[in-house]
Ligand binder design. Structure first.
Ligand code: ZN
Ligand code: ZN
Ligand code: FE
Length: 764
């Protein structure tokens, strides 16, 4: 036997995921001595023993627990020290480096089983968790991750919990949020004013209230939800009124997979994500034509998808247990579970804040005393072309650490809509959770708070500040207040680079950046752009034709204005002959024409999103919208996928600069409308046309510039028909095509692009 000693540094997601207990058990199996601890860089293992045993110990490290993700393993030889046993040492605070934080994890099967076992002392305990599940990021105050720096520090573990926590063989060994009914957080029910209702079993009472059609605000893992019976039309109506949310779809929580299958089509991949440990909201195609869909009539209007998640905390599980039918009562298997906030404000996450601001929305509150440090929404995900694509990154996914070599300490301030921020240091980009639209003071304050929090836990003091070109964004104004080197990044360049980073591409690419708006370098509002991009630079080589956006922002909320603008662009004053096409007063239409002609508050735009708006209004789908991209979503939802043919388009070639003229497209849509072609066919052909000219321009760019790698980015690529259509046709034509996966294609991904562009412009 040859005795040796090794020092092993493990970097990656190795804290708060049961990694140290795993190492402890492994060391014992191989009769090794020494110690393991958490430090700011990750996990450090100092180990002594038989050379061969150490060899097999090292070989087994890679089979770490399911939540761990090892990114780097460094092994050093050291002189023998003569350790007697193997222990887990207290955390050290002696490094200036950092480690990765685990996202919050949905309840694991073992905990679920214990919770339903009447003989277990955690029977029906809504805060049950273990080394493999429970809150993480949402309760962390600083690093390294330890109970004393989480919001669980206020609870002193009882003897039994402490024993589990300290017993290396226990499945709760060093589970920082460990708790039981004796010593842990508790739950209570209040009325709409926050007055406690004495109730032996608040959850049982809550399920009765849900059955009676009440709206409950429920404090969850990382924020509040508003919950109610999804099958109760009156309650849904009440919720829509109180929340001032007339049509935007609500997220649903379904009891189990069997329930999901009742309402939605479900692929194997979708099922995997739904039931996995992250448990995001998954966008699922709703089944049509079955009577059950009537039940969900008010949930998701004008939309082919339902936003579905499964219970992901013990509390959710207990709620559904209580909603089972007893003595012939009706059973509830689907709950609305929508983020609890007042219109446009950030997610509520404190007891006090929720009660103050939601009293007019919720009939009752379920509160608890485990504090949430930082609010995090539910993530939204979907499967497209067989792969997961994140649309909103939040609980379960965030903080997302993206490996990228050689970055300076950087803060990227993100965009205006669907804001996220990102921080960088060394070999990582850290992407924040979805922070929403920065259109009011409350959201802005939350934004600043999250930046401060993340800078603190990662111990960063960024000297490079990257932000959007648009001076009006609050995120840009925030950037102006920061010390350091400030670097402005063009919106669509950032979109494309975010997609490149998502796919680890570092070469010149053709970038199709299709979205609502982003400020261009010529001062116009871009959004239907064909770019040639590298990390440092971009060249615009194609666009949708410019036209006026009458009334600026008003044209976003009122798609009919864009319809008028497109008709004017195509027919001039003659458009008045078609006035019947838009169900708006002739006088109003004339007003818009005057705005366009006088060039009053009517910026030029090449936005693809606005073209969708215009067509949706033109074919009579909607003149006004109440949430972002509503018109486009409706247009996609009615589009016939069997529609053949496409409308004409014209591509002007100005020495390798390609401009799509939409005039023939608009004129042929008008002709189809006049000859009574069904609008679902028109919508289908419209989609085909976008796909057609996009692919045609890619071919022209390939011919002119010799690039055949294409990346697709921007919010318009949430449209499944467009995404799949362009992807498939480009592949058939021999292009290499890349889509988003972990980084959202909408403005939620922008901060990642900003980080990388700023670093490259600074010369990394
Ligand atoms: Zn568990
Ligand atoms: Zn306890
Ligand atoms: Fe955008």
């Amino acid at each position: 036997m040859v005795r040796v000693r090794r020092l092993i540094k493990v970097r990656g997601l190795v804290q708060g995921v049961g990694f140290r207990p795993f190492i402890y058990r492994l060391a014992n199996i191989h009769s090794l001595s020494g110690w393991v601890n958490n430090n700011l860089e990750g996990v450090l293992i100092d180990i002594e023993g038989d050379c061969r045993e150490i060899g097999s110990f090292l070989a087994k490290i890679s089979s770490a627990p399911p939540l761990a993700k090892i990114e780097e393993l460094e092994i050093k030889e050291l002189p023998l020290k003569g350790y007697g046993d193997f222990r887990i040492k207290e955390s050290l605070l002696d490094s200036t480096n950092f480690t990765l934080i685990s996202p919050d994890i949905a309840t694991c099967p073992e905990c679920k089983e214990e919770m339903n076992n009447i003989n277990n002392h955690r029977y029906h305990y809504p805060f049950i968790n273990c080394t493999n599940c429970g809150p993480r990021y949402s309760i962390i105050e600083s690093l390294p991750y330890d109970r004393s720096v989480t919001t669980m520090k206020n609870f002193t573990m009882c003897e039994e919990c402490r024993r589990e926590y300290e017993e290396p063989g226990d499945r709760r060994f060093h589970a920082q949020p460990n708790a039981c009914p004796e010593c842990g957080p508790e739950l209570w029910l209040t009325d709409y004013r926050g007055k406690k209702i004495s109730e032996e079993n608040p959850l049982k009472q809550a399920t009765k209230l849900l059955k009676r059609g009440k709206i409950l605000a429920i404090k969850g893992l990382a924020g509040f939800h508003l919950a109610c019976d999804a099958g109760n039309q009156d309650t849904i109506k009440k919720l829509r009124n109180r929340k001032r949310r007339p049509v935007k779809p609500f997220a649903l929580m379904m009891k189990d997979i069997a329930t999901v299958k009742e309402f939605c089509y479900l692929s194997t991949e979708e099922k995997e994500i739904l039931t996995g440990r992250r448990k995001p909201i998954v966008l699922l195609k709703r089944k049509s034509g079955i009577p059950n869909n009537q039940l969900l009539a008010g949930i998701s209007v004008d939309n082919n998808y339902l936003a579905v998640m499964l219970p992901y905390t013990p509390l959710h599980e207990l709620l559904f247990n209580g909603l089972e039918s007893k003595q012939g009562e009706k059973e509830i298997t689907v709950l609305v579970m929508t983020s609890a906030n007042t219109s446009g404000l950030p997610l509520e996450y404190t007891n006090q804040g929720a009660v103050t601001r939601l009293e007019r929305i919720a009939d009752y509150f379920i509160l608890h005393n485990r504090e949430i440090k930082i609010p995090i929404d539910d993530s939204i995900s979907r499967i497209i072309l067989g792969k997961e694509q994140l649309i909103r990154g939040a609980r379960g996914y965030i903080p997302l650490a993206i490996r990228f070599n050689g970055l300076k300490e950087t803060l990227a301030c993100g965009s205006h809509f669907k804001n996220t921020i990102a921080l960088a240091k060394g070999d990582y980009i850290f992407l924040s959770q979805h922070l929403g639209d920065l259109s009011n003071l409350e959201s802005y304050q939350n934004y600043k708070k999250v930046i401060g929090h993340l800078e603190e836990i990662y111990q960063l003091n960024p000297q490079i500040i990257a932000y959007d070109f648009h001076p009006g964004y609050l995120s840009s104004r925030f950037a102006e207040t920061r010390q350091g080197k400030r670097i402005k990044v063009q919106h669509h360049h950032a979109h494309i680079v975010s997609c490149m980073v998502d796919n680890q591409l570092n070469k010149q690419v053709i970038g199709l950046a299709f979205d609502g708006t982003g400020l261009g370098i010529d001062g116009n509002l871009w959004g239907g752009e064909f770019l040639i991009c590298s990390y440092a630079k971009f060249t615009r080589v194609g666009q949708l034709n410019y036209l006026k956006m009458p009334g600026g922002e008003a044209a976003v909320k009122e798609p009919w204005r864009m319809a008028v603008s497109y008709l004017y662009h195509s027919y001039g004053e003659q458009l008045l002959l078609f006035n019947k096409l838009i169900a708006v007063d002739q006088g109003e239409i004339k007003k818009i024409i005057r705005l366009i002609k006088a060039d009053l508050n009517s910026p030029q735009t090449s936005s693809m999103g606005r073209l969708f708006d215009a067509v949706a209004a033109l074919i009579g789908l909607t003149n006004f919208i109440s949430y972002q991209a509503q018109a486009a979503i409706k247009l996609e939802s009615i589009a016939s996928r069997k529609a053949r043919g496409l409308y004409s388009y014209q591509i002007e070639d100005n020495d390798g600069y390609f401009v799509v003229s939409t005039i023939p497209l608009i004129k042929e849509i008008v002709e189809d409308l006049n000859s009574g072609i069904p609008i679902k066919v028109i919508a289908g052909r419209f989609h085909n046309t976008i796909i057609g000219f996009s692919v045609a321009i890619c071919e022209l760019i390939r011919d002119n510039y010799g690039i055949e790698t294409v990346t697709l980015s921007g919010g318009v690529f949430q449209n499944e028909i467009i995404l799949k259509g362009i992807y498939q046709q480009l592949m058939l034509k021999g292009f290499e095509v890349y889509l988003h996966c972990r980084i959202p294609c909408n403005d939620g991904g922008l901060s990642v692009g900003q980080i990388v562009i700023a670093n490259y412009q600074e010369g990394v």
